[in-house]
Design a protein around this ligand. Structure first.
Ligand code: SIN
Length: 326
């Protein structure tokens, strides 16, 4: 009989970071330790695997501030390839914390419903692998625990003993080990001494993606979508500069996501620049710069404007890019 497998895809991040001193938790280089060595340094791993075979693959070795479309595509393809093997129980992805929420949301929107029946779990660390007390090994053990829990499914993030859904997870702290938050929704579950205590269903119906984006792996042009923020004194210059530069750019601007003030509002000058952009065919998505809550609309939006209820600006950008590609 074929044994069940857990596949770990390495992408780099602080979890794979190396510093010159064990007491240095910030002056390290991310993405240095390879995935096989990282997994080999996790105590208690074989017990936690409950007889499953552990397979690892290095997809990238980067600081996640440099994350982008090519690694997302490679991850999506690797997930599809491994999940086509029915003996694969789950996929783990080691990732930097800085853009983990974008990668998680991208996979949430791009993996098929059949693929999302098994868990795809992103995990990370806030301290490098060389730290006196690194958090990566515990996070990996917890991620394996969630991976093998019979209730797990969909794209999840595991960090500091909390399990978050891809749609809600957001990095909320620059330094603390417990760096992630799920806003109003809260975490789905907690991992405690090798057990998962679920507080919510892993993928409630309202969180299922409305459509799954099948990506063309050929030479497809990734639509350029930029984010601008409204703030006191912001004006319209950034939006107008983006639109003016777009005409001559190799990759013309297709969308603007606004991290608006409060309930997605923008100043009057920016509003008129955005309406001008929308009239020229650029899609405008309104989100909020607030850490919690989403834009709540009561009336019609100007033509070419949209909102994505509950999505932060960075996640709205992922969704808009995928919609523009579809
Ligand atoms: C990164 O995101 O790759 C660096 C920061 C981190 O992982 O905490």
């Amino acid at each position: 009989m074929t044994s069940r497998k857990v596949v770990v895809l390495g992408t780099g991040g602080t979890i794979a970071g190396r510093a010159s001193s064990g007491s240095d938790n910030v002056g390290y280089k991310a993405g240095e330790v390879n995935i096989a060595d990282l997994l080999g340094a996790v105590p208690g791993m074989s017990d936690r695997l409950q007889g499953c075979e552990l397979i690892s693959e290095q997809i990238a070795q980067i600081d996640s501030k440099d994350m982008g479309w090519s690694v997302w595509l490679a991850l999506q393809q690797a997930c599809g390839r491994h999940l086509a093997d029915q003996s694969v129980a789950a996929i783990l992805i080691t990732h930097g914390t800085d853009t983990l929420e974008e990668t998680a949301f991208f996979l949430h929107l791009c993996l098929s419903e059949a693929e999302r029946c098994r868990p795809v779990i992103l995990t990370c660390a806030m301290r490098p692998a060389t730290a006196l007390t690194p958090d990566g090994p515990q996070n990996i053990l917890d991620a394996v625990t969630v991976a093998l829990d019979s209730r797990s499914s969909g794209v999840l993030a595991v960090c500091a003993g909390a399990v978050h859904a891809a749609q809600h997870v957001q990095k909320a702290h620059t330094y603390r080990v417990d760096a992630f938050d799920s806003g109003d929704t809260g975490p789905l579950a907690w991992v405690e001494e090798g057990q998962v205590r679920w507080c919510q269903s892993p993928l409630p119906a309202e969180d299922k993606p409305k459509s799954v984006y099948a990506l063309d792996t050929g030479a497809v042009q990734v639509p350029r979508v930029e984010i601008v923020m409204n703030y006191a004194g912001a004006g319209d210059s950034l939006v107008r500069a983006l639109c003016a530069a777009s005409a001559a750019a190799a990759s013309p601007l297709k969308g603007i996501v606004v991290a608006g003030t409060g309930n997605g509002t923008v100043n009057a000058d920016m509003q008129s620049a955005l309406e001008h952009a929308a009239a020229s065919g650029i899609q405008v998505a309104l989100s909020s710069r607030c850490a919690k809550g989403g834009v709540v609309c009561s009336g019609a939006l100007p033509l070419g404007f949209r909102t994505y209820p509950g999505l932060s600006a960075v996640k709205a950008r992922v969704q808009l890019m995928l919609e523009l590609m579809a």
